[in-house]
Design a protein around this ligand. Structure first.
Ligand code: ZN
Length: 167
């Protein structure tokens, strides 16, 4: 296993549209293992393939307290969503910044696992936020896109300032 490099905003590759996974082979399993290693090391609770510059519809997540509930969603599709929640989100591609985002409270999502099997997942609360956030990455959308222009400008300035301080 190896850790992958995480693309950071404003890298234009974060805007790439991911393609469906069609081959469920050993290389895919290696990619999944590497993405988990990268996510846990960061540390983070979700990672989309887009963020490691692989433009396939694949995401990993683990919102559990002890990091022992790994979840892989390949070619995820939202079947149903309802309700509303506001949750403070962060993103490994935006180190150090957090913002409240409106999302659906509950989602029903269909996906493939790493062997190509299909499953349906009903989730709500923070895990539903996480999956919606990571699914956005697969279509080139970022969490700051959900914010007002004013809020977004403020946050990005703050991130730029932090980056200069760390440089
Ligand atoms: Zn993200």
């Amino acid at each position: 296993m190896s850790q992958l490099e995480i693309l950071e905003f404003p890298d234009p590759r974060l805007r790439t549209l991911a393609q469906p996974v069609t081959v469920f082979d050993a290389a895919l399993k290696t990619l999944v293992a590497d993405m988990f290693e990268t996510m846990y090391a960061a540390p983070g609770v979700g990672l989309a393939a887009t963020q490691v510059d692989v433009h396939q519809q694949l995401l990993v997540a683990d919102m559990s307290e002890n990091s022992d509930h790994p979840l892989v969603l390949i070619n995820p599709r939202i079947l149903e969503k309802d309700g509303e929640q506001v949750y403070q989100e962060g993103c490994l591609s935006f180190p150090g910044i957090f913002a409240d985002v409106d999302r659906a409270l509950r989602i029903k999502v269909a996906a493939h696992d790493a062997d190509g099997g299909e499953f349906v997942l009903d989730v709500e609360g923070p895990l539903a936020v996480c999956i919606q956030h990571e699914m956005d990455h697969l279509v080139g959308k970022l969490f700051v896109d959900h914010l007002s222009l004013l809020k977004r400008t403020m946050l990005l300035k703050r991130m730029e300032k932090k980056r200069r301080q760390n440089a």
